[in-house]
Design a protein around this ligand. Structure first.
Ligand SMILES: NC(=O)c1ccc[n+]([C@@H]2O[C@H](COP(=O)([O-])OP(=O)(O)OC[C@H]3O[C@@H](n4cnc5c(N)ncnc54)[C@H](OP(=O)(O)O)[C@@H]3O)[C@@H](O)[C@H]2O)c1
Length: 324
């Protein structure tokens, strides 16, 4: 079968022919219809980290139909998706015509969502859903104040904006592409679009004026430090990414003087209950027409070019890869 495989550490992956998955690799065999290109896939495709076993088929999202199953949770023909759980890192992922995976983290795709839309949601949309659920679980409600979404035009950011706006939050979108993507972000549900430059420099004061009832941050580093320093008393910030960096140059003052919470979102190791809760929420609440508007579909051959564009920050929203 055709597959994109990383063969060697620190080397770009290659589109190649490979054998069908080994039976021992998991209890469910999937005919893969779609995968997607996330920031993490882009890094793996170019050989910039992520992969922890070689050779491995890349693609952290697997979307398709069950072809064989020895799990009592899944039957032949079921529509399923796997997001993370080691796919494309330590186990073979979705950039191949078939994938054999463990049923442990596999979920049924809700019937409202087509296979291609499930891939458009992918890890990025799933992570956005986890983040929005976390804000609500921590008591951030629509009248808690504005919610900031950083990396707004990216995959996690764009889905998060739509989910938050549909729940009634007033969403402020932070982007480096306000002129180019402002209309798009407003159409997704952002009430205001701001320039990300205001968050990207080292914090000048450990406590700044209180602006955000909550935030979903894909950026890390100085951006997250500034967001924490501007979060209102009792607010929650969800950290899910590191587009600016993995460091966090912040003080304890926002925590001990404003009682704020920093919540980490991890899609890779999310337990099955959280996966099912997030997918149910996506089916109920995401505007699927808006999802279509933020999605571009490509073939396996175009995946490398898409990876370069993501790493350069040129991609808007989500990129689906049609596998078969
Ligand atoms: N925790 C998890 O489980 C999990 C899951 C998915 C993703 N992630 C992480 O979350 C982040 C976003 O993922 P994604 O798939 O949404 O990626 P993406 O589609 O590439 O979006 C990232 C966005 O971040 C902004 N950005 C890029 N470089 C930046 C910089 N140097 N400074 C400030 N902003 C910058 C850009 O938004 P604008 O153009 O709008 O400024 C870009 O579109 C990545 O770090 C990814 O690894 C984590």
């Amino acid at each position: 079968m055709r597959a994109i495989v990383a063969h060697t550490e620190n080397q770009p992956a290659r589109l190649t022919e490979k054998d069908e998955p080994e039976p021992g690799a998991g209890d469910v065999l999937i005919d893969v219809s779609y995968s997607s290109v996330n920031f993490k896939d882009a890094m793996a495709l170019t050989g910039a980290g992520i992969v922890r076993r070689w050779p491995v088929t890349l693609g952290i999202d697997v979307v398709g139909t069950v072809a064989e199953s020895s799990s009592n949770r899944f039957a032949v023909g079921d529509r399923v998706t796997l997001n993370g759980a080691g796919a494309g890192e330590t186990i073979d992922g979705g950039y191949a015509e078939r994938a054999r995976v463990s049923s442990q983290s596999l979920v049924h795709i809700p019937e409202e969502i087509s296979l291609s839309r499930a891939a458009a949601i992918g890890t990025a949309g799933f992570t956005a859903a986890i983040a929005v659920l976390a804000l609500a679980d921590h008591g951030v409600v629509p009248n808690s104040g504005d919610v900031l979404v950083t990396g707004a035009a990216g995959g996690v950011g764009s889905v998060a904006i739509n989910l938050l706006a549909r729940r009634g939050y007033r969403v402020v979108a932070s982007t480096g592409r306000a002129a180019e993507q402002g209309v798009f972000l407003t159409a997704l549900g952002a009430s205001e679009v701001v320039d990300r430059a205001q968050f990207s420099e080292p914090i000048n004061r450990p406590l700044q004026s209180e602006q955000w009832g909550g935030a979903v941050d894909s950026i890390g580093s100085h951006t997250l430090a500034n967001v924490l320093a501007q979060t209102r008393y009792g607010g929650t910030v969800v950290s899910n990414g590191m587009a600016q960096g993995i460091d966090l140059p912040v003080t304890v003052l926002p925590f001990i003087l404003r009682g704020i919470t920093l919540h980490g979102a991890n899609s890779v190791d999310a337990p099955r209950e959280l996966r099912e809760r997030a997918w149910a929420m996506l089916a109920d609440e995401l505007d699927l027409n808006a999802l279509d508007a933020l999605t571009t579909t490509i073939g396996l051959d175009d995946t490398f070019e898409a990876a370069d564009a993501i790493l350069k920050g040129h991609v808007r929203g989500r990129t689906v890869v049609q596998i078969s």
